[in-house]
Write a protein that binds this ligand. Structure first.
Ligand code: FAD
Length: 504
């Protein structure tokens, strides 16, 4: 058995690609294996009839300049390190919320403008609003001053501990805090607290009481620093650039190849076996698959199984990828929207509607005279019968019915939507599971209420020489979060393999 590679990475999601790119740049030999024909996982794109559709993510942090983004502008730092330019277009509004009781609010890049508009609706809460958002800012200022690295690497902890002792202490206190409880320290108004819940639910699919303050601080403060930036050409431009970087430094990326097994013996990983029987061996293996796919499917030793009591399983999605007439979108329409019709049901399955129109920023992603819309809501695989074939008429009819209902609800935002559709593609939780190889099509594991942010697994696993990266790991879901996880994983592996890791 020859170990041709230092590291084999299972999955070319943003977590896996980031790890591979940084390891390869550090001089290690990597092989990344992706089952899909496209890299990027939940942050990839696909093309149809002249449209470029984002498969999942389309709201991106992490491209801020060195002056505004602290150290959390990880995409910028990584692409600078790789010597690759990813052009982006700034988006002046993170999300335009359409909430019950005619409550409309936009989370502007300009923080003062956002706070002024929020205070205009809740004048009596002015001081509490400022104090709450300042707490988020404090988290950002602390985390954004540390270089990204692994919390499991003692050397890294000592490095930041010696340089920033007071900030480390402050962060330790902040990691104990919860977003919802912090909001309740300053704010009484129930509608405002609901808004803070949807600010959390928008990316965490949990209310603020179930969300750690540090995760909230990263997203909700960075939108006013690094801001939101859309990659020219669509979300897949990020994954494509990472693949280019890996290959440029001599790494290998195989697309359209499924890993059937992470080969282990006596609790130690030393390679992978593909579904076509090919085997590859390496010093370490990194899994970018979900915690359930990794330990209940790819690892065959039963003692490493993860049962469903450890984490909550986030729902999957019903997604519509629509090509529509350009005239549907009014002037000055924002790119990202969230619609809540009723506070009683917003966190039920299908209760909140997410909406993006990325071609407002980048018209090249649609044919002339058209726009791309991405409309989605939470959905459960268990509520959908599995299609028995491509032409399963019951399944196709269920998709059509659910899609039409979602379109009707979205017409509150865009009247005439159903008549303006040129192309309609519908993805159920089973579609998500099939294309992205994610257990139940889930958005990933979530901490249970009351669990502490550091209880989320880091990159070490109980299987020796196996590392884990992506949204099953700390800090969690979101493209910038899995990028952080990738940086941390590369930092840890470099330490393990005795290779110098250059901070970003
Ligand atoms: C609908 C939707 C909208 C979203 N919107 C946003 C957003 O606007 N902004 C944001 O920041 N985040 C957003 N997210 C979240 C974000 O996209 C994800 O958290 C992140 O991309 C996950 O990255 P990952 O590397 O952990 O995993 P994944 O993206 O799941 O990548 C894992 C990869 O591993 C591959 N793989 C798995 N098993 C195998 C195997 N056995 N063999 C080979 N390959 C395998 C998969 O095919 C996949 O490509 C969204 C997610 C969804 C679903």
């Amino acid at each position: 058995m020859t170990q041709k590679y230092d590291a084999i990475i299972v999955g070319a999601g943003i977590g896996g690609l980031t790890t591979a790119a940084l390891l390869q740049h550090a001089g290690l030999r990597t092989l990344t294996i992706e089952q899909h024909y496209l890299p990027g996982g939940s942050s990839s794109f696909f093309k149809k009839r002249g449209y470029t559709f984002d498969a999942g993510a389309s709201l991106f942090y992490g491209f801020g300049s060195y002056e505004t983004g602290g150290t959390l502008n990880l995409h910028r730092r990584i692409f600078d390190r790789l010597g690759i330019e990813v052009k982006t277009i700034p988006d002046p509004v993170q999300i335009h919320y359409h909430l019950p009781n005619d409550f409309e609010i936009r989370t502007h890049y300009d923080k003062e403008r956002f706070l002024t508009e929020l205070i205009a609706r809740f004048p009596r809460e002015a001081s509490g609003i400022r104090k709450f958002y300042q707490e988020l800012e404090d988290v950002f200022n602390v985390i954004g001053s540390f270089p990204a690295g692994s919390l499991e690497n003692l050397e890294h902890l000592m490095f930041i501990g010696v340089r920033h002792p007071l900030k480390v202490l402050k962060l330790m206190v902040q990691t104990m805090k919860n977003m919802g409880k912090t909001a309740r320290k300053y704010i009484r108004n129930q509608e405002l607290l609901k808004f803070i819940d949807i600010e959390s639910y928008a990316w965490a699919v949990r209310d603020a009481l179930a969300t750690p303050l540090v995760n909230a601080g990263i997203c909700l403060a960075d939108r006013h620093h690094g801001g939101i930036n859309y990659p020219v050409g669509g979300s897949g431009s990020i994954a494509n650039a990472l693949v280019k970087g890996i290959r440029h430094f001599g790494g290998e990326v195989l697309l359209g190849k499924r890993v059937a097994e992470i080969i282990t013996r006596n609790g130690k990983a030393f390679g992978v076996k593909l579904s076509d029987g090919t085997e590859y061996f390496s010093r370490v293996v990194v899994s970018n698959a979900t915690v359930w796919d990794t330990f209940n499917s790819l690892i065959k030793e039963k003692r490493f199984r993860v049962d469903n009591s450890k984490f909550d399983i986030a729902p999957s999605w019903l997604q519509l990828h629509l090509g529509v007439k350009k005239s549907l979108i009014p002037e000055k329409f924002n790119v990202h929207h969230i619609i809540v019709e009723d506070w009683e049901t917003y966190d039920n399955i299908g209760g909140t509607i997410y909406f993006s129109a990325p071609t407002i920023l980048d018209p090249t992603c649609a044919p002339d005279g058209k726009h791309v819309l991405h409309v989605f809501t939470t959905a459960l695989a268990s509520d959908w019968q599995k299609p028995v074939s491509k032409n399963d008429t019951d399944y196709l009819a269920a998709k059509e019915a659910q899609a039409n209902q979602l379109i009707r609800r979205t017409e509150r935002l865009l009247p005439g939507l159903s008549d303006a559709i040129d192309l309609k593609l519908i993805a159920s939780p089973h579609t998500h599971e099939r294309y992205l190889s994610r257990y139940l099509g889930s958005y990933g594991p979530l901490l249970r209420k009351g669990q502490y942010v550091l209880e989320k697994p880091q990159n070490f696993t109980p299987v020796r020489n196996l590392y884990h990266v992506g949204d099953s790991c700390f800090p969690g879901q979101g493209v910038i979060a899995v990028t952080y996880s990738g940086v941390s994983c590369a930092n840890l592996i470099c330490k393990k393999l005795g290779t110098r890791f250059q901070y970003l």
